[in-house]
Design a binder for this molecule. Structure first.
Ligand code: IPM
Ligand code: MN
Length: 352
């Protein structure tokens, strides 16, 4: 009998619904071609629901999410709502509640896609960032003292556990082994200044490394990582880092692979329910115009299929997407692709 995957769809805000429609079109085409089934359920979450009902992410929805094989999201963020409310209430709550402790960010420049890096091409820009996604500066630990007075103190603590660092580092080593490129894992940290947190990360990294003698290890400070990413991106194979550094370096990485129009991310619980999303936001000014680039969402769907175990289908989606970006699209930018949002989805689905 054909395998069925239960997927929760969260179109969200702005252009989210438009890009997710194309992503779904593509995974449906892959399901048809490769003989598995998709059981899709739509969830109304985001700015509009919050404005209408005051609800952000009800506990009942979170409980329902646990029953799915994966969550596929368009975008969250609404111009009428103060930044932070929806991001914290939906994206971060989902990560923490479902213990999606890995943020996986493939950084690959596809042929025909423009990079701002001079003299660098697809052979140079092909690495993956494994970002810790459940600890660090993101836990909300800290507080104010004497808030609003001239003596105000604000403390924001970075929480790092041996367990949290170790499970992330282990995932990165395993990932590096499976990826089978240079088999090199770089720890990105700041051991010269963050002498507690990254001391523990570094010791954990080299302890775990003893179990992976086939993987070369390397270390780079986060500031140097930014420098090398621009100057010599070909030096990287897999990078593992903490939550905050990972957030920052993956935006830089998105730019060198062609921008937010193509960058996809996975919030992964290897033992549970993972969520896949394009890196870009809800792009309110392009909403409803059918001009936004759905490629990042399509690549997020590709990652979802891969992690669900449909490697053949994932490979087919990647090949079809590469064909579209390198032979069809004029640009990755909204309104400049030479095709509409839905036409891009049609092209990828057709090539599958
Ligand atoms: C990301 C985003 C989020 C983060 C925001 C929206 C909370 O920037 O997924 O990288 O900081 O992790
Ligand atoms: Mn970010």
């Amino acid at each position: 009998m054909a395998k069925t995957y239960k997927i929760a769809l969260v179109p969200g805000d702005g252009t989210g619904p438009e890009v997710l429609t194309e992503g779904v079109k593509v995974i449906k085409a892959a399901a048809n071609q490769f003989g598995f089934k998709l059981d899709l359920t739509n969830y109304d979450l985001g700015g509009e629901r919050y404005k209408r009902t005051g609800e952000i992410l009800p506990d009942s929805v979170l409980e329902e999410f646990r029953q799915f094989d994966a969550i596929y999201l368009g975008a969250i963020g609404h111009p009428d709502i103060k930044p932070g409310i929806l991001e914290k209430g939906i994206l971060l709550t989902m990560r923490f509640a479902l213990d999606q402790y890995i943020n996986l960010r493939p950084v690959k420049l596809y042929p025909g896609v423009e990079t701002p890096l001079k003299d660098k091409g697809p052979l140079d820009i092909d690495f993956v960032v494994v970002r810790e996604n459940s600890e660090g500066l993101y836990t909300g630990a800290g507080g104010f003292l004497k808030k609003g007075t001239p003596d105000e103190v604000a403390i924001q603590e970075s929480i790092n556990t041996r367990k949290g660092a170790e499970r992330c580092i282990r995932y990165a080593f395993d990932f590096c082994r499976r990826r089978n490129k240079e088999k090199k894992l770089t720890l990105c940290g700041k051991t010269n200044v963050l002498t507690y947190a990254f001391d523990m990360w570094e010791r954990t990294f080299y302890d775990v490394a003893k179990e992976y003698s086939d993987i070369k290890t390397d270390y780079a400070h986060v500031d140097a990582t930014c420098m090398w990413m621009v100057k010599n991106p070909e030096w990287f194979d897999v990078i593992v880092t903490d939550n905050m550094f990972g957030d920052i370096i993956t935006d830089l990485a998105a730019m060198i692979q062609g921008g937010m129009g193509i960058a996809a991310g996975g919030n992964i619980n290897p033992e549970g329910v993972s969520m896949f999303e394009p890196m870009g936001g809800s792009a309110p000014k392009y909403t409803g115009q059918n001009i936004i680039n759905p490629m990042a969402t399509i690549m997020a769907g590709q990652m979802m299929l891969d992690i669900l175990g449909e490697e053949q289908a994932a490979m087919a989606v990647e090949q079809a997407a590469v064909k579209v970006v390198s032979t069809k699209l004029k640009s990755m930018a909204a309104g400049q692709m030479g095709y509409s949002t839905s036409e891009v989805g049609d092209l990828v689905a057709e090539f599958i």
